[in-house]
Design a protein around this ligand. Structure first.
Ligand SMILES: O=C(CO)COP(=O)(O)O
Length: 251
């Protein structure tokens, strides 16, 4: 089953509008015809539209980093799926561990956001992953199972066909500690088997499962050559075009 690799940059809370536009321009120039992978960037909300204008006419995709589940209303500080769409996004990250850790995101609110993403015509990228303590206690699979089962509750098989998953072990995010190729492949295989059981085999075979956690040009080739790893969700190394492009060229 040939799945198109995805190289995704999560810019987190980094870069002004001007800096985001600059980075997008560098990626646009560098990626031009250079990679077979699908490329995606997720800037801050305020940089979405300016970056969309830079990327117009390219096949580089744009994602929001989060969304609220209501369409509009008195929800100070939030943003809806349709607003992301209008700004030029086609995708949205949901349930990133930083959202879970710092903003009290739960599997239940993740589920609401996933549904809202579909409602708005966005493709969600659901992030799951265990903490160091959970891994040490041998609870990795239980944690993944819970995050997936509750996060994807009542999602239709049709919608599941458009879903992208990201396995991001919390202990590997921004720490410089990468999951070994075997650890990543094993977790991805577990997630794919879970998808096959929850939805169906074909959906599982076609689903992209990205790895995230200290991916850089030096380790990208090894991780991305694993049979179950269908791309990367990159934080720190996506903030410099030479690193992000280096990862793209590593595959
Ligand atoms: O959280 C991540 C991507 O969403 C990974 O971040 P780092 O690549 O900085 O470890």
């Amino acid at each position: 089953m040939a799945r198109t690799l995805m190289i995704a940059g999560n810019w987190k809370m980094h870069k002004t509008i001007a800096e985001s536009v600059q980075l997008a321009q560098e990626i646009k120039l560098g990626a031009n015809g250079q990679t077979k992978a699908e490329v995606l960037v997720a800037p801050t909300f305020c940089a979405l539209h300016p970056v969309a204008q830079v990327l117009d006419g390219t096949n580089i995709l744009l994602a929001g980093q989060n969304l609220f589940w209501e369409e509009q209303g008195a929800y100070t500080g939030e943003i809806s799926g349709s607003m992301l769409r209008a700004a030029g996004a086609s995708h949205v990250l949901v349930g990133h561990s930083e959202r879970r850790q710092y903003f009290h995101e739960t599997d239940q609110t993740v589920n609401k956001r996933i549904k809202a993403a579909y409602q708005a015509g966005l493709t969600p990228i659901l992030c799951v992953g265990e903490t160091l303590l959970e891994r040490e206690q041998g609870r990795t699979e239980t944690v993944l199972e819970t995050q997936l089962g509750q996060g994807l509750m009542d999602i239709t098989p049709e919608h599941a066909q458009r879903l992208i998953l990201a396995y991001e072990p919390v202990w590997a995010i921004g720490t410089g500690k990468t999951a070994s190729e075997e650890q990543a492949n094993q977790a991805h295989a577990f997630i794919r088997a879970w998808v096959a059981a929850f939805f169906d085999r074909q959906t599982a075979d076609e689903m992209r499962i990205l790895y995230g956690g200290s991916v850089k040009p030096e380790n990208a080739k090894g991780l991305l050559s694993q049979s179950e790893v269908d791309g990367a969700l990159i934080g720190g190394a996506s903030l410099k075009s030479e690193n992000f492009l280096g990862i793209m060229r590593a595959i």
